[in-house]
Every structure is written in structure tokens, then in C-alpha cells.
Design a protein around this ligand. Sequence first.
Ligand SMILES: Nc1nc2c(ncn2[C@@H]2O[C@H](COP(=O)(O)OP(=O)(O)OP(=O)(O)O)[C@@H](O)[C@H]2O)c(=O)[nH]1
Ligand SMILES: [Mg+2]
Length: 214
Amino acid sequence: MKPRPALQLEERARKLFGGPIEFLKSAPELRFLPDPDVPEIAFAGRSNVGKSSLLNALANRNGLARTSNTPGRTQELNFFDVGTPPQMRLVDMPGYGFADAPKDLVNRWRFLVNDYLRGRTVLKRALVLVDSRHGLKEVDREMMQMLDDAAVSYHLVLTKGDKVKPAALGDLYETTAIEAAKHPAAHPTIFTTSSETGSGIAQLRTAILEAATT
Ligand SMILES: Nc1nc2c(ncn2[C@@H]2O[C@H](COP(=O)(O)OP(=O)(O)OP(=O)(O)O)[C@@H](O)[C@H]2O)c(=O)[nH]1
Ligand SMILES: [Mg+2]
């Protein structure tokens, strides 16, 4: 009997993320980007939303991507190779929208991220992380608009699901889905995750593999 394709994909994702995942390089400017030779999945979201933590949870190891309580910890594009030879690259992007960020830093971020999103042919999908306690903010809408304009398909991911009650999470899911439907590049599938408990992580791994390989 042939295995069902969905199950096969889930199993492949589990194996891939359970295997070697390594930091490749940091790119503070576009000229430092790695050669575009493998599919990439980019992680975007407000500072402190849990991008680096999610990356660690997906890889099932701590300390792969640096996490912290200080907003703006990640300031470059950080590339992580998944598999040997690499089958895909995960890209941890600098967080946006922290209150007292200096203007020139914000501008630097905007140019770096915008240029990367627009020019990167190997970029298969972005994940836009949204804190479950706060929902979509204006800066997230700007990010979504940037992705719409660059025609980069993206999933919204509601992070820190362990921090809110299930009913509130359900409500947030509904309102987020309604808003996502208005954005041409937003994928209809929205994920809820917790890097603390691991909920939603396996599903997201599968979606990432699917996006990278199709
Ligand atoms: N309870 C809980 N805390 C989380 C979760 N994910 C992240 N955190 C915490 O949130 C804080 C920020 O997490 P990071 O992963 O560093 O956030 P980031 O988006 O990479 O932040 P920047 O690099 O500054 O943009 C840390 O203190 C994490 O421990 C989660 O799923 N549940
Ligand atoms: Mg980070």
C-alpha cells in the first residue's frame, strides 16, 4: 500500500528538522547574501514576537538562533542550512516595530528587508509572526503590504499560544483570518504555535517543507 502523500510529507519534515541544521552566515547588507542555490523561508515579525525562539523550536534545539528579552537582538539576515547537503535555508530577519529604535536603524532595516524580499528568486515563502497576546498591529500590516507588493506568499503565525486562553486564541484566529483574506499574498492557512510547549510546531514544519519543495 502506498503511503498517503500528506503523511509522507509530515514524516519527511520530521526527519529533516530532526537532522543537521546549522548556522550558515549573517548578512548585514545585501552583498553578503549567500549564493541563491537553495529554497529559502524567511521569518518576519515585530521585535520580541518570538522569531528566533520559533526557529529553535522547529529545529528542536536551543541556542541555534539567539533569543533575548532585549528588543532588536537580531539585526541582520541570519541564514540557517537545513539538511546536508542543504535542502532549504531558514532566514531569521531583524524584528521591526520596537518603540525606541533609532531612525537610521529602522531605515536600514526597511531597505535591507525590502531589497531582500523583492530580489530573492529562491525565497519560497515568508512567515509573518504575530504575538497571540497582541494581534495584528500597524507595523504588521506594513510588512504584509510589503510582501503583497513583492508577491512573496506568506503564512501568518500566531506565536506564544501558551500565553493566552484557548477561547481568546480562537477569537484571534478568526479576526486574523478575516484580515488575511484581504491580502493577496497571504496564504489562507494560519498557524498557532508555542515554542514553549511545542504546539503547532510539527504542522509548521510540514508547511515549510511543502513550501520549499513545491
Ligand atoms: N511563553 C512563551 N515565550 C516565548 C515564546 N516564544 C518566545 N518567547 C519569549 O519571548 C522573548 C523574545 O523571543 P525571541 O525569540 O528572542 O524574539 P525575536 O522575535 O527573535 O526578537 P528580535 O530578535 O528582537 O526581533 C524571549 O524571552 C522568549 O523566551 C513562546 O512560544 N512562549
Ligand atoms: Mg531574534
